[in-house]
Design a protein around this ligand. Structure first.
Ligand code: ADP
Ligand code: MG
Length: 241
């Protein structure tokens, strides 16, 4: 995974729900070793774009390529080996332990590995995210903020080339946010390509190499955080200015 080479390429993708165009002719690329933040007000189409990339939704037009391969005919479970995803509302199994929830992704990816090996790898992953103290706690007993971190730990286990993180910093304490930023920087340095939805500008500024802003399903600005924040379209979308 040479840094700077294209990992994710979204080309002219569109998706409508009935009369509503949720994503309209969107193109973007994320390179290995790059963190791109996807911004935009509620309903802008951010989660739908993630669904199109991960294969939960099929696009009406356009395509998604990963490491040069067109994913149009690649089913969700196969895309998942290449693209780890965390959700706006984490989809964890509340009565299973934190360790089991993180191990689950590896278990799904690698049918051949032994359980002990999987649990070992999952435990090491928990240590990286400062979550090992919760390893044997059922998920419903740990704080909601931790659910977000657990979901990111799960998404990134097995080092997928692409990470799609939907609002990973929401609900985290300040310490947890800075720990998350450190983790994302580490993942970037190993060549991961990261696309994340985030509203916390301080966090975006601290991790993102570039930003894409969606509004009404359209890309209204793209570039550095500073450039994008100066865009009059962005000011209008966010502040009605
Ligand atoms: P964001 O994540 O930026 O808040 P979404 O991608 O969730 O926005 O939604 C974009 C638009 O598409 C919204 O108007 C939303 O109501 C609509 N939408 C999303 N998913 C569906 C769906 N499955 N069926 C109908 N409308 C949907
Ligand atoms: Mg959303």
């Amino acid at each position: 995974r040479p840094p700077g080479t294209t990992c994710l390429e979204v080309s002219n993708i569109s998706k409508r729900f009935g009369g509503l165009v949720a994503v309209s002719d969107v193109s973007l690329t994320v390179c290995h070793g790059q963190i791109v933040a996807l911004l935009g007000p509620n309903g802008a189409g951010k989660s739908t774009l993630f669904n199109l990339i991960s294969g939960i939704e099929r696009p009406d037009t356009g395509k998604v390529s990963l490491q040069g391969h067109d994913l149009s005919n690649t089913p969700i479970f196969k895309r998942a080996t290449k693209a780890g995803r965390s959700f706006q509302t984490p989809r964890l199994v509340p009565e299973m332990t934190v360790l089991q929830n993180v191990a689950m992704r590896l278990d799904n990816l690698s049918g051949s590995q032994h359980e002990a090996e999987i649990n070992n790898t999952a435990y090491r992953q928990l240590i990286k995210y400062g979550l090992e103290k919760y390893a044997n706690e059922p998920v419903h007993k740990v704080s909601i903020g931790s659910h977000k971190l657990i979901d990111v730990a799960r998404a990134s286990i097995g080092s997928p080339p692409l990470l799609l993180l939907d609002e990973p910093a929401v609900g985290l304490t300040e310490d947890e946010v800075s720990h998350l930023a450190t983790m994302l920087n580490k993942l970037r340095s190993t060549g991961a390509a990261i696309l994340l939805v985030e509203h916390n500008f301080e966090f975006v500024k601290s991790v993102a190499d570039s930003v894409v802003v969606l509004d009404g399903g359209n890309v209204i600005a793209a570039g550095s955080v500073e450039d994008v924040m100066r865009s009059s379209k962005v000011q209008e979308a966010y502040f009605g200015a």
